[in-house]
Write a protein that binds this ligand. Sequence first.
Ligand code: PEP
Ligand code: MN
Length: 373
Amino acid sequence: MILILRPDQPASSTTLAEIEALVREHEGVEMRVHQFEGSRHHLTEVHLVGQTAAVPSDPFALLPGVLQVVRVTTRYRMIGRHASDRRPVGFHYNGVDFGLDHLHVLAGLCAVDTPEHVDRMFAACQESGLETSRMGAYKPRTSPYDFQGLGASCLPWVFESAGRHGVRVVAMEVTDARHVDEIRDALERTGNATGVMLQVGTRNAQNFELLKAVGQQREFPVLFKRGMGITLEESLNAAEYIASEGNPNIVFCLRGVKTHLGDPHRNLVDFAHVPVVLRQTRLPVCVDPSHSVGRGAVAPDGIPDIFHVTGQGIVAGATSVLVDFHPSPAKALCDGPQALLPEDLPRLVAYARTMRAAYEAAVESFQGEPAGL
Ligand code: PEP
Ligand code: MN
């Protein structure tokens, strides 16, 4: 059971003591207090765990300091969308709203290589009015002989360039807990020129120690990429690890699954799961068309497959798109074949907005329809 307290209650409010007194009446029930700093309000949730099935919700709902009582199913206690749950989806980070009403394109390099390429990419983002990007400094590669990313050494100039171009959030994969400290240090040294969304890659989707580490800090939100060889349910449970450690600011990213049934695409595009994730959880959903499709093929209608699947994800309700670019794909040290050119970015952004408008029109047309088919 989750008790959502009225916002902005001081820690000394009597509500917690009142809840504690009620909880003491029930053996085998424990309370855990979670505090969240929203963009405008300080929020407190009290989670009752243990034998809660027989605990009535009314006595808690009647307390003046309690705004809402949510009965949770045991699955996805933290990230799940539970019956009667009216809490908003998403979060604000560094001035950017990752709720369901805003579409974000996180366009950038799969792997950071030179300051010139990074500068050109951020400049392209700025010209397209984007405040979000992606940059890989720590690359998990299939072969140990492949380029592993520049690591901590590139962070200062990457963050400085992001700040110079008005980019507020850079999605950056971490493969080890110490990378989070390196990112924090580098950001501080650049006077927090930008912000970082920590990316957990598909290969680490079940690296539980890494999930716990990114969950134990709240400074940075997390872009969690579904495991490419595990079920959606297993991936959602992995995201639950992050939230259960205390960090609810998660974007769930679909990026395709590994099977030859998706050939000639690099992975089988799984964006049909966008509404499933939105229905089962309270997480905003991102799609990654680059790692799903993996190639620059163009359909007979003139539209590249990477654009087509981007549209499919947005039309299904995704609110973020993570996409690879490179000013000179032939020279890219990682994933060149799937990189779009910076000059393609305005067209991708316009296309994404068109698809978002189509989605909004579709939602509008379903208002007032009976739920279910
Ligand atoms: C990436 O986004 O750079 C990446 C490695 O993606 P994934 O973890 O989905 O393979
Ligand atoms: Mn890549």
